[in-house]
Design a protein around this ligand. Structure first.
Ligand code: SF4
Ligand code: SF4
Length: 71
């Protein structure tokens, strides 16, 4: 990951996929293996080394589930 710490609060994610569509690097997807306690598939960054820290995902998320801290 490019000088950035990106965290996704999987328990608060509702699996809407907006962040997946917003990512210009196409490195986000909804989990194929995990469900949170509400039954949603949380989003994940599949190739964090390709993240350019643009923050599109965090800005797009309606529930502010994604936090990005530049290092
Ligand atoms: S910060 Fe940008 S490049 Fe990184 S995962 Fe989010 S949308 Fe994709
Ligand atoms: S936009 Fe937010 S709520 Fe929707 S899938 Fe992404 S992290 Fe989850």
């Amino acid at each position: 990951m490019a000088n950035v710490n990106l965290t996704i609060d999987a328990e608060r994610c509702k699996g809407c996929g907006l962040c997946v569509r917003a990512c210009p690097k196409k490195i986000m997807s909804l989990s194929k293996t995990k469900l949170n306690s509400k039954g949603y598939r949380p989003s994940e960054v599949t190739e964090p080394e390709k993240c350019v820290a643009c923050a599109s995902c965090a800005l797009t998320c309606p529930d502010s589930v994604i936090t990005i801290v530049k290092l």
